[in-house]
Every structure is written in structure tokens, then in C-alpha cells.
Design a protein around this ligand. Structure first.
Ligand code: SAH
Length: 345
């Protein structure tokens, strides 16, 4: 065997693999703590010692060192020979100024709301109850409406997830001839702004709840898309008073059970003209049950947090059929998400 051929992998015993998986919650929490402390931002101009980082983040130096060492052991940050830490390929994406930053998503995924609800996953599995509602006494979106701080973090995190897939989505579908493109439940509008860049003649309409639309205004100005984008606020369970050629819905239908999803899509069908397209941007569950896929773990997040679910192509086709649309095709994108295209019939 020469130096360039791969080393034989030491066989990892199955119980060790399982043990490693069992400790996954520590990985999530450690990445989230690093995100909350903006460590990657502090390293953007070069390596720093644990003492410097502890001063900048107002943390306990020996404990911070242990956090960094643990993370470096899984490729998040890197320790140099002289004991200083720097960003790694992975931790670059924890920088808040990275164009595809997932810093706020990493922060949010271990916030009180997610952490405590996932701590009650067993209850959801036993009873089918939504663990979030059991934990916080109400469904997640009304909770956010009453709690602006976690709500703002959620909106930032969604925007941060969107920034990592917006380009892939805009390139996977031809938006160039659209007249009007709406994003229903479009959050702070980052995806719509990205799509509008590929459709120079199109007008955009961003639809979401009033408090979210309010928060979107500043974000949109930063994106430079505000002049081609109108905003409409409302409740998609009441009506969606938006007429467009293409309706985007990213990570909307997965939040809801089948009856709720059909109610939203029926409201959309009342505004959409025959021939209008709906593009659901979701992680579709693949047919083979043993296939690794982000959708199957995200599905558990839906079980615990919202009572929604990730669906197969057939399940999306059924929802569309019940609400006045027909599924046309599923477009792959260069991201873990797909575009489920349907037409208003
Ligand atoms: N599409 C965005 C946000 C997804 S999160 C993205 O992928 O980044 C779900 C969105 O649905 C949130 O922005 C939330 O405010 C919105 N939403 C939830 N309930 C709603 C309702 N009843 N009417 C309108 N929008 C709603």
C-alpha cells in the first residue's frame, strides 16, 4: 500500500457507534453554545488563545477551553500546535457575517423552546400529543406571537436556514418568465429576495403574520429587494388574499397535520387562478425506509414541536388532490430540500 491509498478503517464496534450517537445531544448543545458566544466571529481575523477568547466572551477560561477542545475533536474549530484556536471549514459557517451562515439556526435549535420540548419526546411518542404544547401550554405559533424574543430568534434562524438553500432553490426552477411570485409564510423574505434576483421582470409578494411582516421590513431593505416586493399580512387559515403566477411555500406544509394543510391549500386555491403554480420547498421523504435523509430526523422535530410531519411524494399528491391542485413533479436542488411543484386545476 502506498502513501496515497486510503488507510484501512479500524472497525468500530456497533456498541461504540451507538454510544457515539447517544451523545449527539452534547454535540448539538456544544455547537449551540459556541454560536451563542459568537466564537467563530471572534476568530474571523485569525487564531486566538483560550484566554483571549474567554475575555472576549466573558466566560470561564478552563471551561471554555474544554468546549473548544471538544468541538475541535469533531472538526468544529481547530487547535494549532501553539494552543491557539482558529476557524475550521465547518466553523466558518458559524460566523454571523458568512453569506450562508447557520449561526442563528445553531443558536435556536438548542433554545429553551426546542430543548425542553425535545426533552418530552417520549410523551409525543407515547400519546401522539405535541410535546411543545405539553411543555409550554399552547401551540408554537401563538406562543411566538406572545413572546417576541424567542420569536425574533426563530425568524432569524429560519432566515439563516434559508440563506443556505436560497441559491440552490433559485437555480433549480426557471423563474425567469414569472410575472408575480408570492412567498406564503415567507418569514423575513430572504428566499423571495433571492428568487427575484433570477426573475428580473417579476414582482414579489411576501405574505406572513402581521408581527413577522413588521420584522421583515428592515431585513428586506438590507437585501435590496424592497422596491420590487409588496407585503401582505394575514392568517392563512382565514384567507390568502394574494394573486400570483407562482406561490412559494417553504417549510410551511410540514408544520401542519393533513387537515390543517388541506385548509391552507384550499385557501390558496381560492386566490390562485387555474394554471398558477405552487412550489412547496420541503425535504421529501424518500421511498426506501432505510435511506439516510434529513427529512426523517426533521420529521421528529415536527412531531415534537408543531404536530406536522415530513411527507412522501404520494402524501403531497393526496393533499393537493384534496384541495384543488395537482402535483406535477419534484425538482431536486443542490441542497437537502426539493421543490414539489403543483398546478391549480
Ligand atoms: N418560509 C420561511 C418561514 C418558515 S417558518 C422559511 O422557510 O424560512 C413558518 C412560517 O409560517 C413563519 O414565518 C410563520 O410566521 C408562518 N405562519 C405560521 N402560522 C401562520 C398563519 N396562521 N398565517 C400566516 N403565516 C403563518
Amino acid at each position: 500500500m502506498n502513501a496515497s491509498s486510503p488507510q484501512p478503517q479500524a472497525e468500530i464496534p456497533p456498541q461504540a457507534v451507538l454510544t457515539q450517537m447517544t451523545f449527539g445531544f452534547i454535540v448539538s448543545q456544544a455547537i449551540s453554545v459556541a454560536a451563542k458566544l459568537f466564537i467563530a466571529d471572534h476568530l474571523k481575523d485569525g487564531p486566538k488563545t483560550p484566554a483571549e477568547l474567554a475575555r472576549l466572551t466573558e466566560t470561564d477560561e478552563p471551561s471554555l477551553y474544554r468546549l473548544l477542545r471538544g468541538l475541535a475533536s469533531i472538526g468544529v474549530f481547530r487547535k494549532d500546535g501553539d494552543g491557539r484556536f482558529s476557524n475550521s471549514v465547518l466553523s466558518e459557517f458559524l460566523r454571523s457575517d458568512h453569506p450562508e451562515s447557520i449561526r442563528s439556526a445553531a443558536h435556536m435549535i438548542c433554545d429553551r423552546e426546542h430543548w425542553n420540548s425535545h426533552g418530552n419526546m417520549l410523551r409525543s411518542v407515547r400519546t401522539g400529543e405535541i410535546a411543545f404544547e405539553h411543555t409550554f401550554g399552547m401551540p408554537v405559533f401563538p406562543y411566538f406571537a406572545q413572546n417576541p424574543e424567542p420569536a425574533a430568534l426563530f425568524e432569524e434562524a429560519m432566515t439563516s436556514f434559508s440563506s443556505s438553500i436560497a441559491k440552490a432553490v433559485s437555480e433549480a426552477f426557471d423563474f425567469s418568465r414569472a410575472g408575480t411570485i408570492a412567498d406564503i409564510g415567507g418569514g423575513r423574505g430572504l428566499l423571495l429576495a433571492a428568487v427575484l434576483k433570477t426573475a428580473p421582470a417579476a414582482q414579489g409578494i411576501l405574505f406572513d403574520q402581521p408581527q413577522v411582516i413588521e420584522n421583515s421590513r428592515k431585513a428586506l431593505q438590507n437585501e435590496g429587494a424592497a422596491e420590487r416586493m409588496e407585503t401582505v399580512s394575514g392568517d392563512f387559515f382565514r384567507e390568502i388574499p394574494v394573486e400570483a403566477d407562482i406561490y412559494l411555500m417553504k417549510w410551511i406544509i410540514h408544520d401542519w397535520n393533513d387537515e390543517q394543510s388541506v385548509a391552507i391549500l384550499k385557501n390558496l386555491a381560492r386566490s390562485a387562478k387555474p394554471g398558477a403554480r405552487v412550489l412547496l420547498i420541503e425535504s421529501v421523504v424518500e421511498g426506501d425506509d432505510n435511506q439516510p435523509s434529513m427529512s426523517k430526523l426533521m420529521d421528529l422535530n415536527m412531531l415534537v414541536m408543531t404536530g406536522g410531519k415530513e411527507r412522501t411524494e404520494k402524501e403531497y399528491a393526496d393533499l393537493f388532490e384534496r384541495s384543488g391542485f395537482q402535483l406535477i413533479t419534484i425538482h431536486p436542488t443542490a441542497s437537502p430540500m426539493q421543490i414539489v411543484e403543483a398546478v391549480r386545476i
